[in-house]
Design a binder for this molecule. Sequence first.
Ligand code: SAM
Ligand code: SF4
Length: 322
Amino acid sequence: MDSHGRVIDYLRISITDRCNERCLYCMPEGYKGWAQKADHLTAGEVIRVARAAAGLGFRKFRLTGGEPTIRTDLLQIVRGISSFEEAEMLALSTNGTRLKELAAPLRDAGVSSLNISLDALNPTLYRKVTGGDVAAVLGGIEAALSAGFARLKLNCVLMRGVNEDEIWPLILFASEREIPVRFIELMPLSNADVLSEKNFLSVEEVIARLARRDEVVPLESATLGWGPARYYRLKNTGATVGFIGAITTPDFCASCNKIRLTADGKIRPCLGRHNELDLLSALRSGEGGVEEILHEAIALKPIDHEFSGCYEPDRPMTAIGG
Ligand code: SAM
Ligand code: SF4
């Protein structure tokens, strides 16, 4: 329990700050981090931190990045964490580009839940937003569906004037495959051009638009799974649609249950604040102290994020782990 009465049992682990795509909202302009030598925790170190967290009561783990599927030892990390009895959920967030080959091995290695980012179905727009090839992602989604994950979701970042026209096609696409799609408010996480007020589209506005097309019914338990999304059923379409309104939802942080481990071994109590604790030194000194730092991170969790003050992290989302 943190000092605001929240149970913190979810560790999000960024295993790399590298990525094979370049999303408009994620990469700060002129980002040169990749020119430097990668300074990532080893697979063994990631597993050690997760082990320590499990001992402290953490039950949910998510591997993210950057793009986690570009790490060649990903399956080793998955096997290590999924072997803990305490790990009720091991999830992975991915852009989906490598799932065609990796979906089945990830499932076999113990990933239970998969989030796949998909901001547009239109190939030209997809390339404009991510720099990548939507065909690879669509192939990855089909492979993930066949692999039989307990939970599979699509994530789309809302950008006014960029992918608004993709919202309805994405809902139909997800609904045909009987999976939820979640729409995420743009967060001012880096200094990219798209992160301006003119591109911001609130979840409330999207829900109002959907209500003109279909009956939008809040789901009984407003959340499905452990994340921050609120879910609705579109009655006629039969689609399940989630919304992550990190910017406009007043009590968004009240249900926060997570802390983050960065790829270079820092613990971050809150995505929306700069504060980080150095875990790497404790890990590499061999003198212990990992549990103490995790405890401290929980104690330091702030009551809410700082996005309304136009917060920008001092390093990019890929490094912190989305
Ligand atoms: N590469 C993987 C992916 O794209 O899903 C995992 C890492 S990515 C940083 C995790 C999630 O963060 C993605 O769903 C992405 O769309 C979201 N994200 C990144 N930057 C964001 C921003 N500025 N605002 C809102 N969501 C963002
Ligand atoms: Fe890469 Fe994911 Fe960031 Fe896009 S959102 S640049 S896929 S890490």
